[in-house]
Design a protein around this ligand. Structure first.
Ligand code: NAP
Length: 231
């Protein structure tokens, strides 16, 4: 069992995180999934930790003794609001889940990662800003800053730190937009490849970043958006 690489994946119960878990298991990894709800279908190499990551003080204890070769932080929420009507609790909650949790996890696991280990944060192409999503965008931009900083720190050990930035992916996170007659059509109209991404579409990028083929790729943002806003 010790020769089998081990990954910790947050957001394992749904969407992109669940798709990454399934691919890792298919590729022969052992996976510890973290989310409040259960993870994907039972698999002998899958272990689930039910945890509300917003309880950041519980993270170190819950993950004590775990020393993965790879960390994926995919857990996230999307709260929207425009200036003049911002909900500061929403902003704080997103900062906690996206940024504080990434910081805690990286800090916890960095000393335990092996030579050639991998850290991937799921960011967003929205990190550069979008109306109504300033609070969300700020948290995803912070992930880029942290990834680039820690890529430099961990480079001497061959550990890479990267961000995968999805465009519009069909998951519960954005279901309200997909089902919206104008907004949903707008995504289709402005995505060069003419469709919403499926969580599985993101997995190839992650699989590359988890593999030996990406050993020279660190501190980058890998955008996977079907050519959003090219058309
Ligand atoms: N879908 C898109 O179009 C899109 C675009 C850009 C970026 N992203 C990013 O991609 C990541 C995954 O999103 P998704 O589309 O896969 O969304 P999703 O299907 O809604 O999944 C979100 C995941 O986050 C977990 N999570 C949320 N709050 C949590 C908490 N307090 N504690 C523990 N786990 C928590 C959820 O698990 P539980 O509810 O079971 O706890 C779930 O597994 C997010 O970081 C999101 O910002 C998505």
């Amino acid at each position: 069992m010790d020769d089998i690489p081990h990954a910790v994946v947050t957001g394992a119960s749904s969407g992109i995180g669940a798709a990454i878990v399934e691919r890792l298991l298919r590729d022969g990894w052992r996976v510890t999934g973290v989310s409040r709800r259960p993870g994907p279908a039972a698999h002998p190499a899958y272990h689930h930790l039910a945890l509300d990551l917003s309880d950041i003080d519980a993270i170190a204890d819950t993950l004590a003794g775990i020393a993965p070769a790879a960390l994926v932080h995919a857990a996230g929420v999307l709260k929207v609001g425009r200036l003049g009507e911002l909900d500061h609790d929403d902003g704080a909650a997103m900062w906690r889940l996206h940024v504080d949790v990434a910081e805690r996890l990286a800090n916890l696991f960095a000393p335990r990662l092996p030579q050639g280990g991998r850290i991937v944060f799921i960011g967003s192409r929205t990190a550069s800003g979008a109306p109504g999503r300033g609070q969300y965008a700020a948290t995803k931009a912070a992930l880029v800053a942290m990834a680039r900083s820690w890529a430099a720190e961990l480079a001497p050990r061959g550990i890479t730190v990267n961000v995968v930035a999805p465009g519009w992916f069909d998951s519960p996170l954005v279901a309200r937009w997909k089902d919206h007659p104008e907004l949903g059509q707008g995504v289709l109209a402005h995505t060069a490849l003419g469709r919403w991404g499926a969580p599985a579409d993101l997995v190839g990028a992650y699989e590359f970043l988890a593999s030996d083929a990406s050993a020279f790729v660190t501190g980058t943002v890998f955008t996977v958006d079907g050519g959003y806003l090219l058309v």
